[in-house]
Design a protein around this ligand. Structure first.
Ligand code: CMC
Length: 436
């Protein structure tokens, strides 16, 4: 590094007009430079050195990753190289979970061992019932599940050995297995219904349906269409690279916290209405609009920035979110069984207007994954409070894959951004009696 030639490397030449000095900085793969290479740029030797200012990490790569690829301009999403469209059509959620965690699709025996392992770990400790029983009858299910997952760290104190790959794998399996159980327990508490234990003979999503909806019968078999639709929704939500909640998972995990604590933190990040809470916000918005006749008034509010069209827009996608297209098709299959959700008419009309109106077109605002998912969840019988939970269950595998990758990456250390300090300079303490 310095003022010499680039010797065949891709480099960036930076001239500091304050000093007249030039710096040649290596360009890594994908038009990226290392921020630490800027630190040498100083006016005086005693200076700290140049940093970049990037609130909300809009233009900062925090990791090298091999898990999920997104091309936001073209609307492409791939897990470990496989297009989301192919996975949604031909794979299952647990097969995709294996792919995300291990990097390769499983063989038949690897998949059946993995399914067996997950099935074996679906039960949660009986004390969890008492924990959830302590919540008010109207507690939001997401709040209950976040607390329940955080509480699991106290049941598995050995999970703090995060440097041991075998210990890590055991917690990964436990978390994938127990997320639906915890979610179903929270839902049953919310509804005032007795809890239903997991059924090992059922598939991952059929068992989830049974724990949620079985009342007064020995067996519960959901419609195969709904079982498959939920599996497809789980595939679509499994990972989405370095979004807000995944970053939370990585940041918490970087302090070597146990995965239950880290995952409950990631869930908390997901809950916000700008992230995984958007599916719930979409449904509340559609209910508030109430009828197609009220759309013009609502859209006028959006244009005046008094309203936000929930389920539209994305930091990365500047084209149609590929997940939204698949969900739209899945909705039609679900409606064949459940009947058409009347809110779909409002949603379709909103989309039609947004795709043609200047405000949305010039800002590249297209439907995202949350726009149609809530309409399906509602048709399947889920209350709106369950929507963010339905996002969190499959995203657990993405969070865990990213957490594992972060722990195995020798370049990662405890996450610790810098700041530009704009507060007061040093000043002397003033006793309370002397303060005006
Ligand atoms: N409705 C109306 N205007 C919008 C919307 C929207 N949904 N989203 C963005 N804009 C406008 C925004 O006001 C801004 O306008 P201007 O340039 O005049 O100031 C411009 O578009 C750029 O928006 P931004 O807020 O700077 O974009 P961002 O990348 O910071 O935010 C977002 C991305 C997803 C938070 C945002 O689009 C949003 O709030 N969408 C609604 C919530 C939502 O659906 N979230 C789910 C995201 S996908 C699933 C997930 O990741 O959880």
């Amino acid at each position: 590094m310095g003022e010499t030639g680039s010797e065949g490397r891709d480099t960036l030449l930076i001239r500091d007009n304050r000093t007249g000095r030039e710096y040649e900085i290596d360009v890594l793969e994908g038009d990226v430079i290392r921020s630490m290479d800027l630190r040498q740029i100083k006016v005086k030797d005693s200076d700290f050195g140049m940093m970049t200012y990037d609130p909300a990490f809009s233009n900062t790569a925090s990791t090298r990753s091999t898990i999920t690829y997104i091309d936001g301009g073209k609307g492409i999403l791939r897990y470990r190289g496989y297009p989301i469209e192919q996975l949604a059509e031909r794979s299952t959620y647990l097969e995709v979970a294996y792919l995300l965690l291990k990097g390769e699709l499983p063989t038949e025996s690897q998949l059946s061992d993995f399914v067996q392992e997950v099935t074996f770990h679906t039960y949660v400790h009986e004390n969890i019932k008492e924990l959830l029983g302590g919540f008010r009858y109207d507690a939001h299910t997401m709040g209950m599940v976040i607390s329940g997952i955080a509480a699991l760290s106290t049941f598995y104190p050995d999970a703090d050995a995060v440097g041991d790959p075998d210990v890590r794998w055991q917690q990964i399996v436990r978390l994938i297995a127990k997320m639906p159980t915890m979610a179903a327990y929270a839902y049953r508490h919310h509804r005032g219904l007795p809890l239903v234990y997991p059924e090992n003979e059922l598939s991952y999503t059929a068992n989830f349906h049974s724990m949620l909806f079985r009342v007064g019968t020995k067996e519960y078999k959901p419609s195969p269409v709904l079982e498959r639709a939920l599996d497809v929704l789980f595939i679509l939500h499994a990972d989405h690279e370095q979004n807000c909640s995944t970053t939370a998972m990585r940041v918490i995990g970087s302090s070597k916290a146990d995965p239950y604590s880290a995952l409950s933190g990631a869930m908390a990040a997901l809950w916000g209405p700008l992230h995984g809470g958007a599916n719930e916000a979409v449904l509340r918005m559609l209910n508030r609009i109430g009828s197609v006749d009220n759309i013009p008034d609502f859209m006028e509010g959006v244009r005046r920035k008094e309203e936000r069209l929930m389920g539209f827009g994305h930091r990365v996608y500047k084209a149609y979110d590929p997940r939204a297209s698949i969900i739209k098709r899945t909705a039609d299959e679900v409606f064949e069984v459940t009947g058409r959700n009347p809110l779909i008419e409002i949603a379709l009309e909103l989309e039609k207007i947004a795709l043609n109106e200047e405000y949305f077109v010039e800002r590249n605002l297209y439907p995202n994954v949350d726009f149609y998912s809530g309409i399906i969840y509602q048709a399947m019988g889920f209350p709106v409070e369950m929507f963010p939970v339905l996002f969190a269950i499959p995203r657990a595998v993405g969070w865990l894959s990213q957490w594992q990758e972060m722990l195995e990456d020798p370049e990662q250390r405890i996450a610790r951004p810098r700041q530009i300090f704009l507060g007061d300079d040093a000043r002397d303490f003033v006793p309370i009696a002397d303060r005006g």
